[in-house]
Write a protein that binds this ligand. Sequence first.
Ligand SMILES: C[S@@+](CC[C@H](N)C(=O)[O-])C[C@H]1O[C@@H](n2cnc3c(N)ncnc32)[C@H](O)[C@@H]1O
Length: 274
Amino acid sequence: MRYKDTSDLEISLLLEAVYRKYGYDFRQYSQAHIRRRIMNRMAISGFEDVSQIQSKVLNDEPFASELLQDLSITVTEMFRDPAFYRSLREKVIPILKTYPFIKIWHAGCATGEEAYSMAILLQEEGLYDRTTIYATDFNQLALNRAKEGIFSNKMIKEYTTNYQLSGGKESFSSYYTSNYDNVIMNQSLKKNIVWANHNLVTDSVFAEVHLILCRNVLIYFDKNLQNKVQSLFYNSLINGGVLCLGSKESLRFTDFYEEYIELDTKQRIFKKKY
Ligand SMILES: C[S@@+](CC[C@H](N)C(=O)[O-])C[C@H]1O[C@@H](n2cnc3c(N)ncnc32)[C@H](O)[C@@H]1O
């Protein structure tokens, strides 16, 4: 491939260097996303061009982990998109109730809010005791925070509203204890969550999963990489298993669109055909 713009070429070389030295593969992430994040890092750290970042990344591991943090966006919420969780209750829970045990995979769980939301929903639907939730991300710092289950008090008002709009059946405050500026999620929510480092670009399938949530992750990937990850999901799901994507994500332009039926088009919930 020939590059007209020198900074595009430098970015491509930087991503190649990150991959070869550290094994993190951003080469097929959306160009616009990567460019925005790298330009941001240049401005913060006072670099004049991308090649200076490359040299620093290769020789300075703490800087490399800072850059990895820059490239992974971990913004998340409890009960993000409440209408999605309402649909999950109405359309997916009845399917899950037919299984004697349930495996759920949250791919790209960030700091864990999505997995805790799922644990709450499953408790309320009487399914949590027969479920294992695998919550994975390639960002170890985010995973460490997820495991702790400690969130800022400042977010609780918004999370409580989300929970109520999502069809929550209890008082949201019964799921955590307050501790100064933070809340600590109940131990009973954590007991069936397995937190694991997993890279969607380079690691392999999870076998025999009933439900996969990969929301607001694939928007950062280019078309080829989205297709590759969809193959991973297809091979991880049981027949009749359910796949949930984010509100701006789609199966439509992947090789797998015909392999699913749409359970809820607007909320991006798909069921794998038998
Ligand atoms: C914006 S957050 C989405 C969090 C949550 N799913 C939600 O919708 O609120 C995207 C997450 O995807 C993770 N991610 C990005 N690339 C990844 C990869 N190759 N493998 C695993 N996780 C990845 C990031 O580290 C980040 O935590």
